[in-house]
Write a protein that binds this ligand. Sequence first.
Ligand SMILES: [Ca+2]
Length: 214
Amino acid sequence: MDDPAAAPAPKLDFESANIATLKTNGAIAPSMNNLNATWNPNPLAEGEQFTDQAVTDMVMEAVATEHDSGSACLGVTATAYQNFYARNVAQWMFQINLGGAGLGETVDLTDKTVSIKAFVPEGSKIEAIKLVFGHDGQESQGKQVRFDEGDGHQPKDTWTTVSYKYINKEEINTDYTSGDFDIGKVKTITVIALIDSGTANVPGQTVYLDSLDW
Ligand SMILES: [Ca+2]
């Protein structure tokens, strides 16, 4: 039955019925990408090396106590590791593979505003979330949506829209876009959860996600 009062369903509604399948087929997974992190507390001891694994302990599970769409959401919990390139940032990265999620092997996101709903629990150390589009080793990073204290920052413990619309690599709404990135060929959408005063690894950082759309 069509309900004209109901909001249209998002392209990907995380629900108890689909999260296990999305995990099994790799449609949702930790993202290693190229934002390398260290497993070790900082500073590194002499002779210690950074590894290339940005996420090692990610748990992805259906959560029925919170949702933006449907009746459940996806809880993602992982240790936020110190960013190799930005030493005052700790983060974890979670990837949605669009093909595995049934949204298309390569997706043209030209002129599309891609959004996901995020819920950062009160007490979480996560201070910001952003979206990254990727394909074939290329990426375009959106701007952070901030959840720490201060003017214009989003509150925790409520559903908040995190979105990114790519314009071009020079635009101020991208944090970084690689040289051969093509918005017409997007294969992955990555969610980065950041602790921007994090100078060491921070375990057990959860964000609830729901309602990917564009
Ligand atoms: Ca849902």
